[in-house]
Design a protein around this ligand. Structure first.
Ligand SMILES: NC(=O)c1ccc[n+]([C@@H]2O[C@H](COP(=O)([O-])OP(=O)(O)OC[C@H]3O[C@@H](n4cnc5c(N)ncnc54)[C@H](OP(=O)(O)O)[C@@H]3O)[C@@H](O)[C@H]2O)c1
Length: 269
């Protein structure tokens, strides 16, 4: 019996399986992933181990206690059809596919299926993910703990009611793209002020990383941390004035709201 099965062995599946092994939650022999794509199977096997991969979804379904559905949303209906559970208690299913509601997953897998829906984000690929998950109607507290541990092996994770997953999509799902834009703009600013591109790029990225670490490590409010680096009549307040004039705060609020709204729209389509 395998502990963790992955349907789809792409980038997210490989990151999650790697996280499980590195966190000591599973040995490589307790993981099995299926994927039709040779290159993906090879990459997964190289990271996890040669016995961890198959091209047969049914083998994963037969063997695993927790099955992570890590395929693109458009192939999900066909995948669910092949995994349908009967009346017996089956495995726990964890879907990471964007935008597929629990009701659809439960309808596809069978009424008795235990399903958790997750919204992860790309920094999971480097162990710095920010995820949220919502429980289906048949899951147990132990199931939720297992999902939390799985997600925390590649970052942080919070349980939310399903309707809040659109807000999560707007903030942490789409958020990396907003932050990349910020990094790019800061880097451009550095170049404008005379720095070589290579140095500006790294200083900008490290500044975002370090500032985020400060927020998480100190537990201080971002406004408090900002005040601590803003001396009267100094350089930082001059920059902050320009940010306020440019409407950065309003633009970021609007970006998260627009992405959350779009997620809601797509979910209803
Ligand atoms: N990447 C992210 O940051 C992120 C964030 C949030 C949510 N997600 C969700 O996570 C899921 C996986 O994303 P990803 O970036 O890891 O995608 P990916 O790298 O494309 O991996 C998906 C894999 O599933 C394979 N596949 C296709 N049909 C299959 C089938 N019937 N049975 C088994 N495997 C099959 C694909 O093979 P082919 O390439 O040959 O089709 C591919 O190797 C998506 O639903 C996405 O919405 C990802």
């Amino acid at each position: 019996m395998k502990k963790y099965g992955f349907i789809g062995a792409g980038r997210m599946a490989t990151a999650l399986a790697g996280g499980l092994v590195e966190a000591g939650l599973a040995g490589p022999e307790e993981i099995l992933a299926s994927d039709p794509n040779d290159a993906m199977r090879l990459a997964f096997a190289e990271r996890i181990g040669p016995q961890s991969i198959t091209s047969d979804n049914a083998e994963v379904a037969r063997d695993a206690q927790i099955i992570i559905l890590a395929v693109k949303p458009q192939v999900m209906p066909a995948v669910l059809e092949g995994l349908k559970v009967g009346s017996k208690p089956g495995p726990l299913f964890v879907s990471i596919a964007a935008g597929i509601p629990l009701a659809k997953l439960e309808a596809g897998l069978g009424k008795a299926a235990r399903v958790v829906r997750v919204m992860p984000n790309t920094p999971s690929l480097v162990g710095r993910g920010a995820s949220a998950y919502a429980a289906g109607k048949n899951v147990t507290p132990d199931d939720l703990q297992a999902v939390k541990s799985l997600l925390e092996s590649v970052g942080i994770a919070f349980e939310v009611p399903e309707y809040l997953l659109d807000a999560v999509t707007g903030l942490s799902g789409s958020g990396p793209a907003f932050v990349y834009t910020m990094i790019e703009a800061m880097s451009d600013g550095g170049v404008l002020a005379g720095l070589p591109r290579e140095i500006a790029h790294k200083l900008a990225a490290q500044t975002v990383l370090g500032s985020a670490e400060m927020v998480l490590a100190t537990g201080q409010h971002p406004a408090e941390l900002r005040e601590a680096v803003t001396s009267p009549g100094g350089t930082t307040i001059a920059g902050l004035e320009a940010l306020e004039q440019g409407g950065l705060r309003a633009a970021v609020l609007a970006a998260v709201k627009a992405a959350a709204n779009r997620s809601r729209e797509l979910g209803q389509a």
